[in-house]
Design a protein around this ligand. Structure first.
Ligand code: SF4
Ligand code: SF4
Length: 548
């Protein structure tokens, strides 16, 4: 029987004005071709990088080659369609959720205007329902009776090069943020459809360098930039000088690869080399000194981020594995994790089943307050915001919150920490404890309904800056609202990718608003033992009252 709802949707899309532009489409959506031009696609992976991954995980990355996205010859393997269809079959068998997501969408449209890519570009194929339909139409063609018999009438279409181009275009215009799933009455998670789509593209060697190169670096040296252990260590040590300059206190509490430490601390590596992440790192280290935490940092598991999440399950598992491997080698009791977004989605949703159980670790217990983090009983890994909030709640920190009075702060919930792990209250509790001026952005843009930065899942690359500024528009618009209404000048967050992408986004849309991690605000407020009269914050900017 024909799928009448799919047919209705097609008619609507072609005969009614677009929600965003008011334009009346003149073609059926699947007759509109994806056209690649500079600025709307990420560059493909270098051949050497694809080779590297192919050697490590054979069969998952297609044939390494140089190829041109703008041409009509992507140098695909001869049997590429068969590879994709077999890949879909394998994933339908393996992931029950995929089969359900393929079958149970009723095209109600509740998700249609919830995606920042649709809101920012006005492109109908960026509606989550239509993004999933790019995949679903092929699924119907090869895996449903109606699709096999009725073809297009049933919303089915065969896999063709034109479809493959659409997949590459629109599965890389989705940041897998899951905002759409919050509004779907059936809980359909279009992010998972995108993830499957990207996995399938990798099988035929269709990829992006911005994702695969950091993933290769991370596999080889432990972090995205490919920093060697001594460089990673030196970068971190260099920041102690900056702490001394701001506080007058020379810390010597950085330890690397120290066996027998109580806690292994894992950060997103951007926190030791990129502004403003370095200020977040300074905040972590000051906090650990303040409470006398017995911790160490691994120079091999020197990256919390995991670009495998944006690639395929196997690479995600491999990159994640080093966390437990290092915790075991160093003999720590539990793991503390820094301010990262997607690292926490991997940790919270997948780590235990992928690489656990971590029975060799203890259920995390704060050595300072005695609090047992039962929520981390499975992973044995605690988020720095949970740890810090508990310290504040138990009165263990000496704080002068007036030092942050030059900051009028709002908080961006990172998609992965909010929707991916439910970390909603702790960051707010910390900010309110260390700052006097905090204002929330509008309700429908925060917490579970937060708008993505627009550049997550490996899309934070320069060649698609125009697209990123469009996709980040809903987030930027909410920032502008609080900037204009309350004078907000600082956008705090708990994600390294956010610290990079929101910086660029604000420079474009809200140049008066800076970006920080919340541990930076903690570091500014902490009263350190033996400190001098503090005149500047960790950025070297004058504290309130010290401007002259
Ligand atoms: S997961 Fe996010 S980016 Fe992807 S379709 Fe849904 S709302 Fe859009
Ligand atoms: S909200 Fe859910 S059921 Fe409705 S169109 Fe979107 S994905 Fe389909």
């Amino acid at each position: 029987m024909a799928d009448t709802k799919a047919a209705e949707m097609k008619v609507k899309v072609v005969t009614e004005p677009s929600l965003m532009t008011g334009a009346v489409p003149t073609h059926d959506w699947w007759d509109v071709e994806a056209i690649f031009k500079p600025g709307n696609y990420c560059y493909p992976a270098k051949k050497s990088i694809a080779e590297y991954h192919g050697k490590n995980l054979p069969g998952l990355f297609g044939e390494p080659r140089d190829w041109d996205i703008e041409s009509d010859d992507w140098a695909l393997p001869e049997n590429w369609k068969e590879i994709i269809i077999n890949g879909i079959k394998e994933r339908l068998d393996k992931f029950r959720s995929l089969k359900i997501f393929m079958d149970c969408c009723v095209r109600c449209g509740a998700c249609a205007d919830k995606c920042h890519f649709f809101l920012g570009t006005g492109d109908p194929k960026n509606m989550p329902v239509l993004r999933a339909e790019l995949f679903r139409s092929v699924y119907r063609n090869d895996f449903t009776t109606a699709g096999k018999i009725l073809g297009q009438i049933a919303g089915a279409r065969p896999m063709t090069f034109k479809v493959l181009k659409e997949w590459f275009m629109y599965f890389y215009q989705c940041t897998e943020c899951r905002r759409c799933s919050v509004f779907c009455p059936y809980g359909i998670d279009t992010a998972e459809v995108t993830m499957m789509g990207r996995e399938l593209l990798h099988l035929v060697g269709v990829n992006t360098n911005w994702i695969l190169e950091p993933a290769a670096n991370s596999n080889r040296t432990g972090n995205h930039l490919g920093l060697q252990p001594h460089t990673f260590k030196e970068n971190a040590e260099f920041l102690l000088d900056d702490i001394e300059e701001a506080t007058g206190v020379k810390l010597n509490n950085l330890t690397f690869n120290r066996k027998g430490a109580e806690v292994l601390f894992i950060i997103p590596s951007a926190d030791v080399f990129a502004d403003p992440g370095i200020f977040t790192f300074m905040g972590y280290i000051m906090l650990f000194e303040h409470i006398g935490l017995d911790y160490t940092i691994s120079t091999y598991s020197s990256e919390g981020g995991n670009f495998g999440l944006f690639t395929n399950n196997q690479l995600m598992k491999k990159l994640n594995g080093k966390m437990y491997a290092e915790a075991k080698r160093l003999g720590v009791k539990w793991i503390l994790g820094g301010e990262c977004g997607h690292m926490w989605r991997v940790v919270h949703q997948y780590m235990n089943t992928m690489n656990g159980p971590a029975d060799f670790l203890e259920i995390p217990k704060s050595p300072i307050t005695g609090t047992v983090f039962e929520n981390a009983a499975a992973t044995r890994m605690v988020h720095i915001s949970e740890f810090t909030a508990d310290l504040i709640h138990q009165g263990k920190l000496k704080i002068d919150k007036n030092r942050n009075d030059n900051r009028i702060v709002t908080f961006h919930d990172s998609c992965n920490t909010s929707r991916g792990m439910g970390l909603l209250e702790e960051p707010r509790y910390i900010i309110n404890s260390v700052c006097n001026n905090f204002y929330e952005m509008p309700e429908n843009t925060i917490r579970e309904k937060t708008f993505c930065c627009g550049s997550g899942t490996g899309l934070n690359t320069g060649e698609i800056m125009d697209l990123r500024m469009r996709a980040g528009l809903p987030r930027a618009n909410a920032v502008k609202y609080v900037a204009e209404r309350h004078g907000v000048n600082m956008l705090a967050n708990v994600c390294a990718i956010d610290r990079a992408t929101l910086l660029a986004l604000n420079q474009y849309w809200n140049p008066e608003v800076q970006v920080c991690g919340i541990s930076e605000l903690v570091g500014n407020a902490l009263i350190m033992e033996g400190e001098k009269e503090r005149e500047t914050d960790l950025r070297g900017e004058p504290l309130p009252g010290m401007e002259g």
